[in-house]
Write a protein that binds this ligand. Structure first.
Ligand code: 9MR
Length: 575
């Protein structure tokens, strides 16, 4: 199988900011430097130079050169880069290239909502659908859900929230990181360095039903998930009261396509876990401080849920997720020390209470390195706590606060070194170990660290690193593929989704613009990818086909990374 990869000059197909870095990659047999030209839309050469040979790129197996045209700063549309007889896909140079991406990436969450009608008047008729999983036949509903294998003696109303990904499951641990990144996208606008950008996330900036309610829409969206997470809490008087059920999903896998309102499967709660409980504690604590100015009662409800959950986790510190099977993902996690650190940090940031500070400082993660080369994710959340301790105003002793902030800059320096070493410019090491299920989100999470280092220090090298770090996602890669639907000349269109299953049923839409695909995965963890791509070099282990769930799914915890980063990117273009 040889994929069609188009012109051998690989660019960020969305474009570049006039004052930002501009890098491209040439795939060629040549070992010596070659000339390149930048052409405007009229075909006139507006800049030129020579490539830098980079040898064989380990992740792609290609001989490559890099091209740096960062000194060209004139805004315009339809530029192309020419080298070795090849003309790149066209791209823009503009301060507004990422403006719309912020709302597209966030809009994904409304369209993924469970338990509410999706209003085509807001997001386009093709995405309109009735409410799913409210107990209306053939749905068995999320309003009265029993525990799998009689593992509890009660039923819960766990309506709402977002569907996890291409399936209809609702899992607390990836819901947690996803809602955290949405809340942090908003919280970032409250810190001094970025306060001027807050208007972009104010009320009536998204197409959600709550627009115009005087609450920022991104918080309305977060609340949809937070309400679900709180419903997953075990009721008072029951075994493990205060803990959160790990997940709820169908008893058996459904096929593709399957609209939420047509799902006939029994929905089931899976046993509570310490990891899920700490996700609830962390996100409900963050909720408490962010909603305080808008809705005091909801803020108080969040804080109570957070405190109860945290206490329940401390009482049950090693209740790992049990895999009882059924039609959903496992999301098992054998190390919850990072979730403990994150939850303690959020509770401390919201309450300033000594007991939480004691737990923060006693955690091995407080002084350990929480910024792995391959990034943070749903099962590895200490970085979320560290980033918030670094950015959200707090009373940590001065020296400790300084150390926490410095740790973000130190990690960013490492990601900068990594991306500089990659001919394709991504902030992940150039080996197969960087290409795993959902790794596109880890790339973006490393970009979030770079961006946060810029917010904290104002040092332009971190901003440039964050900007360069996303080039890979938007097409500067071995496949010449933008992984965000509707963004770039050749973008992912057929992600694994039961809802946006156009490839399986032409009457259904493709995923909405702004949907991130999981990305190249050398593990080839699904049969479609395994059959088609066996033997692929890591960066080639991707296919834009609906059946390839391990390379081409959508997921809330991946789009939340895109949302955070897009909001940062959009801010950089507008000064
Ligand atoms: O994102 C998850 C990834 O980190 C795991 O390696 C993978 C296998 O366990 O599962 C991914 O999550 C999937 C979940 O299990 C089921 N719904 C779709 C999720 C995204 O593919």
């Amino acid at each position: 199988y040889v994929p069609e990869t188009g012109p051998r000059v690989r660019v960020n197909q969305v474009g570049y900011l006039p004052g930002g870095p501009k890098n491209a990659t040439l795939v060629t047999d040549a070992t010596a430097a070659l000339p390149w030209q930048l052409k405007n839309a009229g075909g006139t050469v507006v800049a030129s130079g020579t490539t830098t040979p980079r040898g064989v790129d380990a992740a792609s197996g290609q001989n490559v050169h890099s091209i740096d045209f960062g000194s060209f700063r004139t805004a315009g549309t339809g530029y192309t880069l020419v080298s070795d007889g090849q003309t790149s896909h066209p791209f823009d140079i503009s301060g507004t290239v990422y403006q719309q991406l912020r709302s597209d990436a966030l809009q994904f969450f409304y369209i993924q909502r469970s338990g509410i009608e999706i209003d085509g008047g807001l997001v386009g008729a093709q995405y309109a659908r009735p409410a799913g999983h409210l107990g209306i036949a053939p749905n068995k509903g999320d309003t009265d859900v029993p525990c799998r294998a009689n593992s509890c003696d009660y039923r819960l109303d766990v309506r709402g929230g977002w569907y996890d990904a291409g399936d209809h499951g609702k899992y607390v641990v990836n819901g947690g990181i996803a809602v955290q990144q949405l809340m942090s996208t908003f919280e970032r606008t409250k810190t001094a360095v970025t306060a001027r950008h807050g208007a972009a996330l104010a009320d009536s900036t998204l197409r959600v039903p709550e627009r115009g309610n005087a609450v920022p829409d991104i918080l309305d969206e977060a609340r949809w998930e937070l309400e679900f997470l709180m419903r997953m809490q075990v009721p008072t008087g029951k075994p493990f009261a205060g803990m959160a059920h790990h997940k709820m999903h169908d008893a058996n896998w459904t096929g593709i396509p399957m609209q939420p309102e047509d799902d006939p499967e029994q929905r089931e709660l899976h046993p509570p876990s310490t990891a899920a409980t700490l996700n609830l504690a962390a996100t409900a604590a963050q909720c408490a401080r962010l909603f305080a100015p808008y809705d005091a009662a909801f803020s108080a409800r969040c804080l109570t849920a957070a405190r109860t959950a945290y206490a329940a986790a401390k009482a049950n510190p090693a209740k790992l997720a049990q895999d009882l099977g059924g039609g959903g993902g496992g999301y098992g996690d054998s190390d919850v020390s990072d979730e403990f650190y994150w939850a303690a940090a959020e509770l401390y940031l919201s309450t300033a209470e000594q007991t939480f500070l004691t737990d923060v400082t006693a955690s091995p993660h407080h002084t350990g390195d929480v910024f792995a080369a391959t990034g943070f994710g749903w099962g590895s959340t200490a970085a979320l706590g560290r980033l918030d301790l670094a950015t959200v105003p707090n009373l940590l002793p001065q020296a400790d606060r300084q150390r926490v902030r410095q740790s973000v800059a130190d990690a960013a320096d490492r990601y900068l070194a990594t991306l500089t070493a990659q001919a394709y410019g991504l902030p992940m090491p150039g080996n197969a170990g960087s290409y795993f299920w959902g790794a596109n989100s880890n790339i973006l999470n490393n970009v979030q660290v770079l961006a946060t280092a810029f917010d904290l220090t104002g040092d332009a090298k971190y901003r440039d690193g964050a900007l360069q770090g996303v080039d890979y996602i938007f097409g500067r890669n071995a496949l010449n593929q933008s992984y965000v639907t509707g963004w770039g000349e050749k973008s992912s269109q057929n992600q694994h989704s039961r809802i946006f299953a156009h490839q399986a049923d032409a009457s259904l839409p493709n995923p909405p613009a702004g949907s991130l695909a999981g990305g190249a995965n050398a593990g080839l963890d699904d049969p479609y990818a395994k059959d088609l791509l066996e033997g692929c070099k890591p960066m080639f282990c991707y296919v834009d086909h609906i059946e390839s769930y391990a390379t081409n799914e959508v997921a809330i915890n991946w789009n939340s990374a895109l949302a955070w980063v897009s909001s940062f990117l959009a801010d950089q273009g507008t000064g």
